[in-house]
Design a protein around this ligand. Structure first.
Ligand SMILES: [Zn+2]
Length: 314
């Protein structure tokens, strides 16, 4: 929420008027809008050569210090970082719901990536690997973007797979119970039936997901990797499987500036359709609260640990 602003800041990225009190979001990665990639390859401006980040490269020691998101306030410097992009949230959208717009946008962009490659069509059967925040959001995005059936492979049952089904997954496969890749492939193919899934999206971050997921697919299907934001290690498969199954294999990295409004809009439009807020476990903005939030997320006791500095505002 804007608490103070200069006159230079009059509108958000989409031209909506901003005022003190406006609810806004700022993505962690913002394409600069002027480098070679931004100008010549706008569809992959997510690979901007000089992106704007708050928090990651601006150290706390640099005045006025408030560059990071894990704080009560963020200082937004349009003069130093003209590529900064601010997105206004609808006035009646809670900040707590708005906090999901960035990860949801990553999912929307990943499905659009598949669409552009001809790999995601109306009524397709989609398998989501992973039941963390990205996996759960991908279940909603898949349905909103035209999937016919959605199946989720993940763990643990509580709270994650249970929530996956509440978000519309028709079936879930618990990797704590179905322990080997071979068994999971057989189980998913049994649920999906026919020739296999049309689209599989990895939101798990585990290297085993790729080799396993391509075997969920029908021949000619599409695999989207969007869960490996950090290098989790090599995968063990064979190009022959990708070739002989005639697969699309796509990577998707974050999103472009134009994708973000799609995330805000999807959240707003479907605010009563999915149990969005049940994804979040709220923690206070204290040393203890933050430590607990991270520990619970790491142990998968939460779906999305959410740290709230001002409970009265969410
Ligand atoms: Zn750029």
């Amino acid at each position: 929420m804007i608490v103070e602003k200069g006159d230079e800041l009059g509108e958000d990225f989409m031209g909506k008027t901003l005022a003190v009190g406006s609810k806004v979001m700022i993505p962690p990665l913002m394409p600069c809008g002027s480098c070679y990639y931004c100008v010549h390859y706008p569809g992959t401006a997510n690979k901007c050569l000089t992106p704007v980040y708050y928090g990651r490269y601006l150290g706390f020691e640099k005045p006025p210090h408030l560059w990071g998101g894990w704080a009560e306030y963020v200082y937004v410097d349009l003069e130093m970082l003209p590529g900064t992009k601010i997105y206004k949230l609808p006035d009646d959208m809670s900040l707590r719901l708005g906090a999901l717009s960035e990860p949801l946008t990553s999912c929307i962009r990943a499905f659009n990536r598949a669409k552009r490659a001809g790999g995601f069509n109306w009524n397709d059967t989609v398998v989501i690997q992973g039941s963390g925040p990205i996996g759960i959001l991908a279940i909603a995005a898949a349905q909103e973007m035209g999937a016919g059936r959605v199946i989720c492979v993940g763990a643990p049952e509580e709270p994650r797979l249970k929530l996956a089904r509440r978000f519309g997954a028709e079936a879930t496969v618990n990797i704590d119970e179905v322990k080997t890749s071979g068994e999971r492939i057989a189980r998913v193919r049994e649920i999906v039936g026919g020739f296999g899934a049309d689209l599989v999206m990895d939101c798990s971050g585990h290297p085993i997901a790729g080799p396993e997921g391509i075997e969920f697919l029908r021949d000619g299907g599409t695999y989207v990797e969007m869960g490996q934001f950090t290098d989790a290690g090599s995968i063990n498969t064979n190009w022959h499987r990708i070739c002989t199954k005639d697969l699309n294999v796509l990577g998707s990295w974050a999103f472009t500036a134009n994708d973000l409004p799609l995330g805000v809009d999807m959240l707003y439009r479907t605010r009563d359709k999915y149990p969005w807020l049940e994804m979040q476990t709220i923690y206070p903005f204290t040393e203890k609260g933050i430590t607990q939030a991270v520990a619970d997320a790491m142990a998968m006791r939460t779906v999305k640990s959410t740290i709230v500095p001002f409970p009265e505002l969410v």
